[in-house]
Design a binder for this molecule. Sequence first.
Ligand SMILES: [Zn+2]
Length: 215
Amino acid sequence: MEENNQAGLVFPGDRIAMEEEGLPYSNTYAENGEIYAAAIGKPKAFDGKIGIDSKHEVVGFERGMYVVGEITDDVKSVMFVKIDQLEMNGKVYVALKSGKIIIKADSRGRGPPHMRDRRDHGMPEAPQYKVGDIVLATILSAEGDTYLLGLRDRECGVIHAKCEFCNTPLVPGDNPGVLYCTNCRHAERRKVSAMYNNLKDVITFITGKKEEMVQ
Ligand SMILES: [Zn+2]
């Protein structure tokens, strides 16, 4: 059976198995010899049957929560983020819409890094992000057809990025706003998270922040 993500969840319309692997059972349907999910949940196989266990609570992200996602599109003043789902406190948080980062017109690649860092101090959404970056962000607003994301906090920013030339994962250097390629020595400017390349800490951070919100 196929599971598409970290939490092992499937979504309606996801192909979960071939029909010869078992009979479609609860929350599934068969089409053209394949079994598809009809609900959000975890696929389960038992007694030659394949079903979706959707007992656990699936909820949407809320304003103030921290999320991780990949930048998928860059349309000049807005970048779109595909937000990862998150399993936390017995609930599964899913993003049923994209996130967006509003990019300030003056935060795009002008001036040397040391000048930019000074000028950008305390400014939101600066300096830079690129398509393919994995970012940690906070949800400023959950209204409308997208989540408005903020990356101003020290923890927020790019947590993983690859070299635009050779696709090697970038590493932080001495300058806090610059990432380096260990392969071709190319340098790229980013708003780098304090937890760059440390997904374990990121998850601990997100979970802790959510518990603070609840209290
Ligand atoms: Zn490179």
